[in-house]
Design a protein around this ligand. Structure first.
Ligand code: ADP
Ligand code: MG
Length: 308
């Protein structure tokens, strides 16, 4: 940053050497006259009139000119930063602050880094609640519930989750993506996980230690969204020692947990009961109690949007 100042000072000093100035080029005095008339400079001088002597303004002329040149030049000294005047003791300084566009991009990037998609399409990062069309009455209950969830989550850093159920293609995953992106924008860490793929990859992808760490991570994020619960093929082990453990931890720690499913909750209980080699209604009921404790069931209806 200093180097720009130095560079400009040199340029100004050069232009002071009037004899060497090519015909038609602007003198330092002319530049200073233009700079001082700039509306932003005038505004700054007015705001700080009580702190500034005439001498101080004169002594700050290099900085005022630097500000003016940076403001009016289409080529910025530092991309994405804009010059700003500030009171630097008794004098006027110039500093560089990120532009609004850069701040917004940085915030978006930070929000993206707070959402972890596991086995989910990347395009879901771009879905915002405002993008979701509101015209479809079959989705209104879900959108209202999402609004309530977010209000409560913002107040208490936790909230009872949502269990969106409905046919394939009605937009459940999209609505959850909107919710996830809003939570992340406000600073929450979200894991959005496609449960069937996650479960089927468990044994092959993880050594014992890394599996325990992965379960721990999923169990402890601020908001967990399990997409397509009910479509996974469960073994007793993945039901009780993976899914059961994750849901129990989330209950114990009051962590917000949401689901999407093609199955209504009552059917999900039957699905949990029959694993590969056994039928176990007691364990299924226990798991289902956790799901019901964690989330409120909402039915989403509408056309299949994949068939447009
Ligand atoms: P579900 O999870 O209920 O099976 P999705 O959320 O995956 O359904 O939505 C299916 C497809 O419909 C998406 O891939 C997307 O192309 C489209 N879609 C869903 N919701 C919307 C929406 N609100 N606006 C525009 N397109 C949507
Ligand atoms: Mg889906």
């Amino acid at each position: 940053m200093e180097s720009i100042g130095e560079m400009l000072k040199k340029a100004m000093a050069d232009s002071l050497k009037d004899q060497e100035r090519p015909a038609g080029a602007e003198s330092a005095q002319e530049l200073a006259d233009r700079a001082i008339k700039d509306p932003d400079v005038q505004k700054f001088l007015k705001e700080h009139a009580s702190e500034l002597s005439k001498q101080a303004v004169q002594d700050s002329m290099t900085n005022i000119c630097e500000f003016y040149l940076q403001k009016t030049s289409p080529v910025k000294a530092i991309a994405d930063y804009q010059a700003e005047l500030f009171m630097n003791g008794p004098l006027i300084g110039v500093r560089y602050l990120p532009t609004a566009a850069k701040r917004q991009r940085d915030e978006e990037r930070a929000a993206e880094s707070r959402i972890e998609l596991i086995d989910m399409p990347k395009k879901l990062r771009r879905i915002t609640l405002t993008d979701l069309d509101k015209g479809d009455p079959g989705r209104n209950a879900a959108l209202l519930a999402v609004g309530k969830f977010l209000d409560e989550y913002e107040k208490h850093h936790t909230a009872k989750g949502l269990y969106l159920t409905g046919d394939f293609g009605v937009g459940k995953t999209y609505i959850m993506a909107g919710l996830a992106n809003r939570v992340a924008k406000n600073g929450g860490k979200v894991i959005f996980l496609h449960l069937p793929t996650f479960i089927s990859g468990l044994s092959s992808h993880f050594s014992d230690n890394s599996l325990q760490r992965e379960i721990q991570r999923v169990a402890s994020c601020d908001v967990l969204i399990l997409d397509d619960i009910g479509a996974e093929t469960l073994s007793q082990w993945s039901r009780d020692d993976v899914l059961g453990v994750i849901l129990q931890a989330r209950m114990d720690n009051d962590l917000a947990t949401c689901f999407t499913s093609n199955m209504e909750m009552d059917d999900l209980e039957d699905h949990f009961a029959s694993t590969k080699n056994a039928v176990d209604p007691v364990k299924a009921a226990r798991l289902m109690q956790r799901v019901r404790y964690l989330a409120k069931e909402i039915i989403v209806t509408g056309r299949n949007r994949r068939l447009n």
